[in-house]
Design a protein around this ligand. Structure first.
Ligand SMILES: NC(=O)c1ccc[n+]([C@@H]2O[C@H](COP(=O)([O-])OP(=O)(O)OC[C@H]3O[C@@H](n4cnc5c(N)ncnc54)[C@H](O)[C@@H]3O)[C@@H](O)[C@H]2O)c1
Length: 404
């Protein structure tokens, strides 16, 4: 069988993250990277260094040059300001697309990608790796298997320890990311959408920029700020690893040798929220609430929990500890149900989710099977809920998804 030929578009944090798995068994036997495109020459240099073992790789700064290499699939790992234009160009060139989350900055851009997907007849694999997280996959299996009966209500809390870093990178401007609810919240929203087993119809939200407001006592950069010992968000550039500086510090907008990575999270220009609380109602009358906090510092623990109330019981999940508890709504049940034993993390990043996702994408293309699981429809509804939530905060009213 011929190897699946992969072109990587955007060689930053995420694009680079696929290199090690793709150069390792079993993926190295099934797929090969044939081209890398990034407008930033420093990133291309980094790619050349990372892919020394692959003489076939073509390096370029323009998407047209990458598409001229005829990859089977284009991995779109650019910031989402380029997702729609890049995905549409790749589809029009006859390629399949692996599209990082969020699908795009807005529901309108998502609709344009879906239209191009239909026109081209090619496959777009929507990159929600959280779906492949073993705890999330097991939770969906329990729900689909009827373990707690009909789902009625859900709660998700998401505290990301790296949330603060968005305020020194491109994510902090809506023109780039669509806002942090789109950027990060899309993961949890997609999970809630899949657990609800329905489509979201109405959204209401409260949120704001409360923590990362300008600090007159701070400076523009950590490197020239006197708060080194006291600021929980202080970044010591001298201690940042070279790889971190290169993969995350330079991003096509902030082209400054990576030094802007220590931009002050308080004094940076920004137009997104640093916290948001969302309520979603689904067509089948399931209701969900989601709390997203982006102010956790690197010292805090990342945590994402889901509680799913069904008519016959509840599921409590904690992704950090990879634990699931199931409670039955029945007389004589113990107050605490036995936990499902901690689910082992798989190999690779994000608790093994990234490798599971790669396996799905590569084997689907290699065997020319239809893509049944990583759907643009799901990418659209995740962005639509996030966009509706941000609009609800701005306009102080409930937003109907249909009217976006
Ligand atoms: N699923 C996950 O777990 C996960 C994790 C991190 C990031 N992401 C997503 O991956 C995407 C990239 O994020 P990142 O953290 O890697 O950002 P990044 O800034 O580290 O890297 C983005 C790269 O894309 C390049 N780029 C910009 N415009 C381009 C264009 N038109 N063509 C080609 N390259 C272009 C930039 O120069 C940069 O090298 C985002 O959409 C982000 O939300 C997903």
């Amino acid at each position: 069988m011929q190897k699946v030929r992969i072109g990587i578009l955007g060689f930053g944090n995420r694009g680079y993250s696929f290199v090690v798995p793709l150069l390792t068994e079993p993926f190295s036997a099934q797929a090969e990277i044939i081209a890398v495109c990034d407008p930033n020459e420093l990133k291309l240099d980094f790619a050349r260094g990372s892919l020394q073992a692959c003489p076939q790789v073509h390096y370029c700064r323009e998407i047209s040059a990458l598409l001229a290499q005829h990859p089977d699939v284009v991995f779109v790992t650019t910031p989402q300001f380029a997702h729609a234009s890049c995905a549409i160009a790749a589809l029009e060139a006859g390629c399949d697309v692996f599209l990082e989350k969020p699908m795009a900055r807005s529901s309108a851009e998502c609709r344009a990608i879906i239209a191009a997907e239909k026109r081209s007849g090619r496959r777009v694999f929507m990159g929600f790796n959280l779906r492949f997280n073993p705890v999330c996959a097991k939770t969906l299996e329990l729900i689909a298997g009827g373990r707690i009966g009909r789902v009625q209500q859900m709660v998700c809390t998401d505290y990301y320890s790296g949330g603060f870093s968005y305020f020194r990178r491109w994510h902090r401007l809506r023109a780039n990311s669509g806002g942090l609810t789109v950027e990060k919240g899309c993961h949890s929203i997609d999970q809630l959408n899949s657990y609800a087993g329905s489509i979201p119809v109405r959204v209401a939200a409260f949120g704001g920029l409360d923590r990362f407001k300008p600090d007159p006592e701070g400076s523009d950069y950590c490197s020239n700020c006197g708060k080194a010992g006291t600021c929980p968000y202080y970044m010591d550039m001298a201690k940042a690893e070279e790889t971190t500086r290169i993969t995350t510090g330079i991003d096509g907008i902030v082209v400054n040798g990576g030094e802007k990575l220590d931009l002050c999270v308080f004094n940076s220009d920004k137009d997104t929220n640093d916290n948001i609380t969302i309520i979603i109602e689904y067509e089948n009358s399931v209701r969900a609430s989601l709390v997203e906090c982006f102010t956790s510092s690197c010292q805090a623990t990342t945590g994402r929990q889901f509680i799913i109330n069904g008519w016959n019981g509840q599921i409590w999940t904690e992704l950090k500890d990879r634990k699931i508890q199931v409670f039955d709504n029945a007389p004589g049940q113990p107050a605490l149900s036995p936990e499902i034993p901690a689910i082992p993390a798989g190999s690779g990043r994000h608790g093994g989710a990234d490798n599971q996702m790669l396996e799905y994408v590569i084997s689907t293309i290699a065997h020319d099977r239809p893509n049944l699981d990583m759907l643009t429809r799901d990418g659209y509804y995740a962005v639509a809920v996030a966009e509706a939530a941000e609009r609800s905060v701005e306009e102080g009213r409930m937003i109907e998804i249909e009217k976006l």
